[in-house]
Write a protein that binds this ligand. Sequence first.
Ligand SMILES: *[C@@H]1O[C@H](CO)[C@@H](O)[C@H](O)[C@H]1NC(C)=O
Ligand SMILES: *[C@@H]1O[C@H](CO)[C@@H](O)[C@H](O)[C@H]1NC(C)=O
Length: 419
Amino acid sequence: MRAHASVVFEVVVLLICFEVWLACATSPANAGDLNKQLAVWKHLRRLNKPAVKSIQSPDGDIIDCVNIAQQPAFDHPFLKNHTIQLRPGFHPEGLYDESKRASDASNNRPNTIVQLWHQNGRCPEGTIPIRRTRRDDVLRASSVKRYGKKKQMSFPRLLFADPDFINEGGHQHAIAYVNGEKFYGAKAIINVWEPNIQLPNEFSLSQLWILGGSFGQDLNSIEAGWLVSPELYGDNNTRLFTYWTSDSYQATGCYNLLCSGFIQISSEIAMGASIFPVSQYDGSQYDISILVWKDPKEGNWWMQFGSDYVMGYWPSFLFSYLADSASTVEWGGEVINSEPDGQHTATHMGSGHFPEEGFGKASYFKKLQIVDESNNLKSPKWISTFTEQSNCYDIQSNNNGDWGSYFYFGGPGRNPNCQ
Ligand SMILES: *[C@@H]1O[C@H](CO)[C@@H](O)[C@H](O)[C@H]1NC(C)=O
Ligand SMILES: *[C@@H]1O[C@H](CO)[C@@H](O)[C@H](O)[C@H]1NC(C)=O
């Protein structure tokens, strides 16, 4: 056994040296390096499935078109015999007819939302586009194991009164929320920007959260929106993302398809790919629509991007509380304030401008809706708002005929009133 294991090890080392020949040729690798290289190599082999076709995106990404039945979800032991649902059994009816978006006064965008890689091709039917994970992506993470996972304690702890706990990890939010009922989904139209990030280990995002359980060990969360994360992606591009966890961001869950869980059916939209174009200050505004809902029969949580793209679903068995329903829905922004130089970060939230500036300048969420107990999309009866430090990032919610329930949010971070 020993001899066999050591031969396998040497073969693997050779393979790694072949893949990263530069590293092996230039630095005498010690055992620790080799172990890390081996872990990275194994992880990449698990994540990157054989591609039917690969598309080079202008932003440097490679999009692999992977047979739908070979996607990462099916590495999950519980999904070995799973029959893919090729369409949702149920789709909630909304308040707003999205086909008449073109008449919306705020709308001066092309009708189709584009991902940057579409400029160089599309994936064939029967495949799904997956952003290829590169060695550098994994090496930027704090560890191979944590790649694709949020840091623990990274949920909005608005229900906690303990201020020490609220500031843990430097997460800052400006969010609207509803709770105290049973929710079966949520929807919003989210303004898309490319906020500045001061340090690579910080991020800025705009998303919705579907939450179940208590904010302790076993929080269940389904999340979707856009984010800028130099650590996760190696650049400052605004990217579509999803996240899930069933244990407060500890062992379960991940971004996008970076672990087994989410089953994608869309051949058109890639999780983690850059969204294009983004809004300009005092210029053209762009937004994306995100809908997450629970199929009342199968119990799966589905996600739709825009009016046309049903992305796929999270099987109900991934969750405990969310296997039944959500108890809180949140919409808004989050950044990491790592307090560079002992001061508040200058990382932007939303557009980097405060809500007072309004349309074209501050970032918005509009047409907030929840899916109620009768599986109808409805404007929430009331929403509450929360922010840790309104001098750094703020939120202002309102309601009108065109936009329904909406809010402006965000801010520049560090400024004379936020040090
Ligand atoms: C999958 O199906 C096979 C054959 O029917 C069965 O033996 C196995 O237990 C099933 N596995 C799971 C995880 O359900
Ligand atoms: C991302 O933005 C920061 C500052 O906003 C800049 O220092 C950095 O070079 C940018 N990174 C890339 C990969 O463009």
